[in-house]
Design a protein around this ligand. Structure first.
Ligand SMILES: CC(C)(COP(=O)(O)OP(=O)(O)OC[C@H]1O[C@@H](n2cnc3c(N)ncnc32)[C@H](O)[C@@H]1OP(=O)(O)O)[C@@H](O)C(=O)NCCC(=O)NCCS
Length: 376
């Protein structure tokens, strides 16, 4: 009987050339390049190209790839009609899951699974999804949709469609850094979900939809919203000490800390911490940064010895808030970026597919007599 690993901890379930994680030493690389170097020097478009092609693009390749994305910024009109029919009080992650699924209804050949078709669909889904999130947010505010501006980069265009005005260069860059740092991360739960779904030779839309469902959980991508709720619960930085120690005493989890793979500080948390601090200063939100930092200090003293450190969600909460995102758009924002990783993994899976089908250890009884219903 193979050994049972609860939560599949330590189980190698796929090979990838996209991201490498050394959880002991806090290393994350995309195709061999340190995440910090990408965050400081790359763009989201270039990072997606890197993940999908396993090499940095030449200028001509990047231009062609960027044009491909921009040409697909507008979702099918039928999808925007569906946005108008969404209940205004719906949660954006539920809307996102529903409408990414609906993209398949407007694709004349939704099931095509050969690698070139999958790459084309991945590009179209990635390009069109920001408009879905932006349109729903405008719909619930009773405002008209803002059509995409194809002269703008991916992040800048999303902020433009959301707010109806172009962001400052600094805000667009901050958003882009968030997109870069969230794009891929090994076989995390939602990526595994996407690979499991496509391994049945289902379709890309089903894989992305299932992955969105996985991401929204509070133990995964939903943690960034949990961090913000926690920061709002603290009236001042002085409450951090008692707040954290009480939670730990009650065996409650502190959102934005701990990771299945990292047993040191998540390198994305370090990048986002620098960004959060700068944005907090620029936007008059230093109280949020200071509360976060105070929580980190208490956690360091109390649980760092157990390998519990800040993860990507901890400082992304302050970052997103300073960028001006509403709380319930934090996780959709994560999804917009992670679509790149999910689809890259789906393509890798299709290139060398084998159906995922693990086994269970049956721990129930055997040879039980069937009791007729009237005798139970
Ligand atoms: C990410 C996470 C789900 C990883 O879970 P896991 O690998 O299954 O680890 P466990 O939940 O079994 O935790 C192992 C131990 O560390 C503790 N721990 C883990 N994360 C913790 C946190 N955020 N706060 C306090 N204690 C934590 C657990 O209580 C457990 O302690 P115990 O051994 O005394 O029972 C977990 O750390 C967590 O729930 N974090 C908060 C949610 C979050 O930020 N998620 C985003 C991940 S990127």
């Amino acid at each position: 009987m193979p050994e049972f690993s609860k939560g599949l901890e330590g189980v190698v379930a796929a090979e990838t050339e996209m991201s490498f994680i050394d959880g002991q030493h806090g290393v994350l690389e995309y195709v061999g390049i340190a995440i910090g170097d990408l965050a400081r020097s790359s763009t989201f478009e270039e990072t997606v190209y890197l993940l999908w092609n396993k090499k940095l693009p030449t200028q001509a390749e990047l231009d062609a790839f960027t044009k491909g994305l921009r040409d697909n910024y507008d979702p099918p009109a039928g999808v925007l009609e569906l946005v108008k029919n969404m209940p205004k009080d719906a949660q954006p992650m539920h809307v996102l899951r529903t409408l990414v699924s609906s993209l398949a209804l407007f694709d004349p050949n939704p099931n095509a699974n050969d690698v070139p078709a999958a790459r084309e669909k991945a590009l179209k889904i990635l390009a069109a999804t920001p408009a879905i999130v932006a349109a729903f947010d405008r719909h619930r505010r009773g405002e008209k949709f803002v059509p995409a501006d194809k002269s703008l980069g991916f992040s800048e265009n999303f902020m433009y469609m959301l707010n109806g005005e172009k962001p400052t260069a600094a805000m667009a860059r901050a958003f882009d850094i968030c997109m870069i740092t969230h794009a891929d991360h090994g076989l995390n739960n939602s990526t595994f979900t996407a690979r499991v779904v496509i391994s049945t030779l289902s379709d890309l839309y089903s894989a992305m939809t299932a992955a969105i469902g996985s991401l929204r959980g509070p133990l995964h991508g939903g943690a960034n919203e949990g961090v913000m709720v926690m920061l709002n619960e603290l009236e001042s930085v002085d409450e951090a000490e008692a707040y954290v120690t009480n939670k730990l005493k009650n065996k409650d989890k502190i959102m934005g800390f701990g990771h299945r793979v990292y047993k040191s500080k998540d390198p994305r948390a370090s990048e986002l911490q620098t960004l959060a601090r700068q944005l907090a200063e620029d936007t008059g939100n230093m109280d949020l940064y200071e509360k976060s930092h105070a929580i980190e200090e208490v956690m360091e003293r109390e649980v760092a010895s157990k390998g519990i450190y800040p993860n990507v969600d901890f400082y992304s909460a302050t970052t997103y808030h300073c960028i001006g995102l509403k709380l319930d758009l934090f996780t959709p924002m994560f999804a917009l970026s992670r679509l790149a990783g999910w689809s890259g993994h789906v393509i890798e899976q299709l290139e060398d597919n084998r159906l995922y089908r693990p086994t269970t250890n049956y721990v129930g009884p055997h040879k039980v007599a069937y009791t007729p219903i009237e005798k139970r």
